[in-house]
Design a protein around this ligand. Structure first.
Ligand code: SAH
Ligand code: AVI
Length: 332
């Protein structure tokens, strides 16, 4: 654990230890020795992966960021006045671009006190924290570098004085978890909520598969590079010898599950040595490695997830084109 030097209003604690670095090793060992190979998406986000994600957010095909920003611009004031919140806890905060809209609404309402971002990406979190304390005089930032599947207990308790909190999980990140894990995670996040606190959850909505597939397979190939970045991460961290360009980016909408699936397909037979694990992995030509699911929601399906997780929907906001939804939910 350490604190960022030189700024009284920023405190950053890291809870990523060697044990967490082993989480990549464990995920690679488990995931690459299964009959259907799979690596969880959290391993995309080293410094390069976070930068590639930022580029994805600006792509014409990738509508979720624009749609969610539109909702926030239209509704942040109402969200803040309804909740009275002065503190924002954001899980998977990334560049904190969207947090800024909520913090500005809290500042205007005169309630703003603290921002608590939590992310595995140290670089993104530090940069965002330093920018935000510069921007809002009254703000203090308590950043947590950690994994929200393991370190929710490291989120600091409510600040003294008891301002209501918004706990946000934006961008559709909840969709990156399969249904059972998603409900478990929602339940664990719900435990952070006091009766006057609210969860603010961003979810992408079911729509024309062509629109969805374009969003995950852009013409400039940025998403393809983001997808292959996981191979660069494994090469660097686990001394593997993947040739990333030997893998083709695949993205398709699975209509039955209502989720986008991203995969990497071997263009030719590949024999990969993961030296750090003493593991050799064979890929047949055409064999696929699943790297991400990104679930798309309907309101009834999300309400069922909330209910199963001990939460209830309070308010539902969408953008003008009905592409994306923001939900305000409370603990039952
Ligand atoms: N909330 C931002 C960023 C979304 S990208 C937005 O809406 O634009 C997903 C973010 O979640 C990345 O910053 C990534 O580093 C982070 N992330 C992914 N899995 C995580 C995990 N298990 N624990 C903590 N952060 C995670
Ligand atoms: C972070 N997450 C919600 C993004 C998504 O849309 O599922 C990650 C992403 N994958 C490809 N493009 C963007």
């Amino acid at each position: 654990m350490r604190s960022a030097a030189g700024c009284a209003d920023v405190r950053i604690q890291s809870f990523l230890s060697e044990a967490d670095e082993r989480s990549l090793a464990n995920d690679v060992l488990d995931g690459l020795t299964r009959p259907f190979k799979e690596i969880p998406p959290k391993h995309f986000y080293d410094a390069r992966g976070s930068e590639l994600f930022e580029r994805i957010c600006e792509l014409p095909e990738y509508y979720p960021t624009r749609a969610e920003r539109e909702i926030l611009h239209a509704s942040a004031e109402a969200i803040v006045s309804r909740t009275g919140a002065g503190e924002l806890v954001e899980l998977g905060s990334g560049s904190a671009e969207k947090a800024r809209i909520l913090l500005a609404a809290m500042s205007t309402a005169g309630t703003l006190r603290r921002y608590v971002p939590l992310d595995v990406s140290e670089r993104a979190l530090e940069a965002a924290a330093l920018e935000l304390v510069d921007e809002f005089d009254e703000l203090s930032v308590h950043g947590v570098i950690g994994d929200f599947e393991r370190h929710l207990n490291r989120v600091p308790g409510p600040a003294a004085g008891g301002t209501p909190r918004i706990v946000a999980l934006l961008g559709g990140t909840i969709g990156n978890f399969p249904p059972g894990t998603r409900r478990r995670l929602l339940r664990e996040i719900g435990r952070l909520l006091e009766p006057h606190d609210r969860l603010l959850l961003g979810t992408d909505l079911v729509k024309d598969p062509a629109v969805l597939e374009a969003a995950y397979d852009d013409a400039d190939g940025v998403t393809a590079e983001f997808n292959r970045n996981v191979l660069h991460v494994i090469n660097r961290e686990l001394e593997a010898d993947f040739v990333p360009d030997a893998f083709e980016h695949i993205a398709f909408f699975d209509r039955r599950h209502e989720w986008i699936e991203m995969r990497l397909r071997a263009r030719r037979p590949c024999s990969v040595l993961v030296a750090g694990l003493g593991l050799r992995v064979e890929f047949a030509a055409g064999e696929e490695l699943r790297t991400e699911i990104s679930a798309k929601f309907t309101r009834p399906r999300l309400e069922a997830d909330f209910q199963a997780a001990g939460l209830a929907l309070d308010q539902w906001f969408t953008d003008g084109d009905g592409l994306f939804a923001l939900s305000l939910a409370r603990r039952l």
